[in-house]
Write a protein that binds this ligand. Structure first.
Ligand code: NAD
Ligand code: KPL
Length: 303
């Protein structure tokens, strides 16, 4: 079965090149005729991994190509994912599998509700990649890809193909718990690194602030029924801060480069969910307000 990859950015290119390298059929979907022409000129996608580069001449097409889609990997940012799939709606075959790689929460549920006849697999990825040119991707951090179906059901056949491609993967019976835990880590760490304009490790100087946020996030996770995700959140946050002390968070990098952030699917989703459940999270709301103000002053979208 062909893998269609929608969103040939950092993570989409990382997946597409590894699948193609293993001889699996892959097609990437580019957003405009201009990008398609540039891509064809470049001759394919280049993956840089551990100092070695390899080029894969993956076939590219536009969203309105005629062939049906049976397996779609969506690797756009959370705010682009639903409109990007909508452009392909007519091509989605009945029973199509859609793998959603987005960070945070909210976009995946909106997609699953809008297209109830497709099977949406949610993915939580701790791999790291960045683009080093329009058709070049650097594999920057090894990690794991947890896949799961919040509606239950068994693991799809595509996991065997991920093994074949050397893409680390594991099926999770609690994918929402994994996504909530990552959302909580990102809500505790990323906004503070933006507002203090610092590396993750410098959050050691804001210990009390971080502890208070973790407390509210743990209460929110518990109120959502995500008890496992709520457990020992603060110590996990400190573990991540120490392990990534020299790094700038992804949100910090987005802001520095003048790129839109995924705030609406991280802090925004946490605050909206807390309000809906009647959980008081004044510090999260305050952080959300300050971050939106900060982004607005820099001309960046506030949601
Ligand atoms: P990215 O910005 O590098 O790539 C997104 C790509 O989607 C871009 O190339 C963009 O042009 C494309 N796109 C947007 N709308 C489109 C459309 N309508 N049609 C076709 N293409 C379209 O983003 P990324 O860093 O790869 O992140 C993707 C998701 O994965 C995000 O939710 C991110 O938080 C998550 N994630 C990324 C990493 C990482 O290391 N990069 C790690 C874990 C999770
Ligand atoms: O995922 C991250 C990010 O920067 O987005 C970490 C390193 C966990 C910080 O929240």
């Amino acid at each position: 079965m062909t893998w269609h990859v929608l969103g040939a950015g950092a993570l989409g290119s990382l997946w597409a090149t590894r699948l193609a390298r293993a001889g699996l059929p892959v097609r990437i979907i580019l957003r405009s005729a201009e990008r398609l022409a540039d891509y064809r000129q470049a001759g394919g996608l280049t993956l840089e991994e551990a100092g070695q580069t390899s080029q894969q001449a993956i076939t590219a097409e536009l969203p309105d190509a005629p062939n049906p889609i049976h397996r779609l990997l969506v690797a756009c940012k959370a705010y682009d994912a639903e409109p990007a799939i909508a452009q392909l709606e007519a091509r989605l075959a009945p029973g199509c599998e859609i793998l959603l790689l987005q960070n945070g929460l909210g976009s995946q549920q909106a997609i699953a509700e809008r297209w109830p006849l497709v099977r949406c697999i949610f993915v939580s990825s701790t791999e790291g990649a960045y683009r080093d040119g329009p058709t070049r991707v650097v594999f920057a951090g090894r990690g794991q890809n947890w896949l799961g179906d919040p509606d239950g059901g068994c693991a799809p056949g595509c996991l065997g193909e991920l093994d074949k491609a050397g893409i680390p993967n594991a099926w999770s019976d609690d994918i929402l718990g994994r996504l909530w835990r990552k959302l909580a880590l990102n809500c505790a760490i990323n906004p503070l690194t933006v507002l203090h304009d610092c590396r993750n490790g410098e959050l050691r100087q804001h210990r009390a602030q971080l502890a208070a946020l973790c407390n509210e996030l743990s209460r929110l996770l518990a109120a959502c029924g995500q008890h496992a995700a709520a457990e020992e959140l603060e110590s996990d946050v400190w573990r991540v801060v120490e392990a990534t002390a020299a790094n700038y968070s992804s949100m910090h990098q987005d802001v520095r480069l003048g790129r839109r952030t995924e705030i609406a699917y991280l802090l925004g989703h946490a605050c909206t969910t807390a309000d809906a459940l009647g959980v008081a999270v004044p510090r999260l709301h305050d952080l959300h307000d300050r971050l939106r103000e900060y982004l607005g002053l820099r001309g960046l979208p506030t949601d």
